[in-house]
Design a protein around this ligand. Structure first.
Ligand SMILES: [Fe+2]
Length: 305
């Protein structure tokens, strides 16, 4: 960083200051992604930061990411399905792309083969296709949904499984991922309340990618949470419900992409994320004009602009 910054230990209030994402490390419009076989670390960082800042153009970059583009070109039925999702509900479309992108990263970190990574991308793109069968007024209801409506929404896993049952290029692992992406290790999920051994690896990866994006995206009925709040949830509560190996690689790799982002602290000051410890990814170190602080992420003090 060039400059040595001292942590101001006397100012305890700093520890509970909330943050929101303010800007990227790069000028996104100036970056042209290279046409090569894989995304560079820098390109992944730009997409992750664009998603963290809630920028719409992130999806245009995701859909052109080499492996995701390949999956869509090689599987016209999947491309048609993704177009159908886009025409039906913009949020579900964006969420499907984001989930496919995060799932692709996790699968690569876990050293899955390219064939498997492509299948996991397919599963990410299609995981919520069953929502095509859910009325839009239920899907995007601003008020609290009724138990009946929640039951309808939960059916999207089974609807999705049936919609892709005979789709060309879709194998059983992908079908299982669509069906089981809301199952949880402690049997608290749906539709079957399956346990650890009944959930396939693809579904376990999609589950983490899905929840991460859903927590960090704006919906008509809720504001997005900070990515650091998501890291805290995964770290504190994740081991009960998600696969431990997937969580470990996710929490050790994903937070680092946010280093360099400018953030707005809840007291109005702007700082830059300069370090994120793997042991406490929920407490990024922020460089401000007053020194280095550990930012808190309590929802109560988090201010999102
Ligand atoms: Fe879902």
């Amino acid at each position: 960083m060039g400059e040595i910054i001292k942590l101001n230990e006397s100012d305890e209030n700093d520890l509970c200051r909330g943050i929101s994402f303010y800007s990227f490390t790069e000028d996104f419009s100036e970056i042209r992604f290279q046409k090569k076989s894989r995304l560079s670390g820098k390109e992944i960082k730009i997409i992750v930061q664009a998603l963290a800042a809630g920028k719409d153009f992130a999806q245009k970059k995701i859909i052109n990411a080499v492996l995701i583009k390949k999956v869509l070109e090689e599987n016209p039925d999947v491309k048609m399905a993704v177009d159908e999702i886009k025409n039906y509900d913009e949020y579900t479309y964006k969420h499907s792309l984001n989930t496919a992108f995060y799932a692709m990263l996790i699968a690569k970190w876990l050293k899955f083969s390219e064939k498997q990574v492509k299948e996991i991308i397919c599963a990410g793109l299609l995981h919520d296709i069953g929502k095509l069968k859910i009325p839009l007024d239920v899907l995007n209801k601003k008020e609290k949904i009724t138990d009946y409506e929640y039951g309808l929404i939960k059916n999207h896993t089974i609807y999705g499984f049936n919609l892709i049952r005979n789709m060309k290029g879709i194998n059983n692992s992908i079908r299982q991922a669509v069906l089981l992406h809301h199952e949880r290790m402690d049997k608290s999920g749906y539709p079957f309340k399956s346990g650890l051994s009944d959930i396939n690896a693809y579904a376990k990866i999609i589950a983490v990618a899905d929840v991460y994006d859903a927590m960090c995206s704006d919906r008509v009925y809720k504001k997005r949470k900070s990515h650091f709040e998501a890291f805290r949830m995964f770290k504190n509560e994740g081991h009960e419900i998600f696969d431990a190996k997937i969580l470990k690689v996710f929490l050790s790799r994903m937070p680092k992409f946010l280093i360099g982002m400018d953030v707005l602290l809840s007291d109005g000051e702007i700082g830059t994320i300069c370090e994120i410890s793997p042991d406490s990814p929920e407490y990024p170190l922020i460089k401000t004009s007053h020194g280095l602080i550990a930012a808190g992420v309590d929802a109560a003090v988090l201010k999102i602009i």
